[in-house]
Design a protein around this ligand. Structure first.
Ligand SMILES: [Zn+2]
Length: 105
């Protein structure tokens, strides 16, 4: 199993999925810095578009690098406009901003 941390590099906590007032989780799991240093299979992309609302969300570098290292790592992601999480992948609701490429593929 690949080692993981929260996005700020701290250990994964049991309550990281609890939601804050803005709809985001307390913390997001990412591949550890060592795992990300092994290389990427996709470009590092920071922003994605939610097809349902047209809103663009930009994420932190550790999350972006985790998608680049393992495009299938996440089942869903946050939309800053809807303030909620929705599925990614072939049948998901997000494309990388400026492309037709689905997030999580
Ligand atoms: Zn949205």
């Amino acid at each position: 199993m690949r080692s993981t941390t929260l996005a700020d590099g701290s250990p994964v906590t049991e309550d990281h999925r609890e939601l804050k007032e803005n709809g985001q989780q307390k913390g997001y799991v990412v591949l550890s810095e060592d795992e990300r240093a092994k290389g990427f299979v996709r470009p590092v992309r920071r922003s994605y578009l939610h097809l349902k609302c047209g809103g663009v969300t930009t994420m932190g570098q550790a999350l972006a690098e985790t998608y680049a290292a393992d495009p299938f790592f996440y089942a869903g992601t946050f939309c800053a406009t809807c303030r909620s999480h929705f599925p990614v992948g072939d049948d998901g609701q997000f494309v990388w901003d400026g492309t037709d490429i689905k997030v999580g593929t």
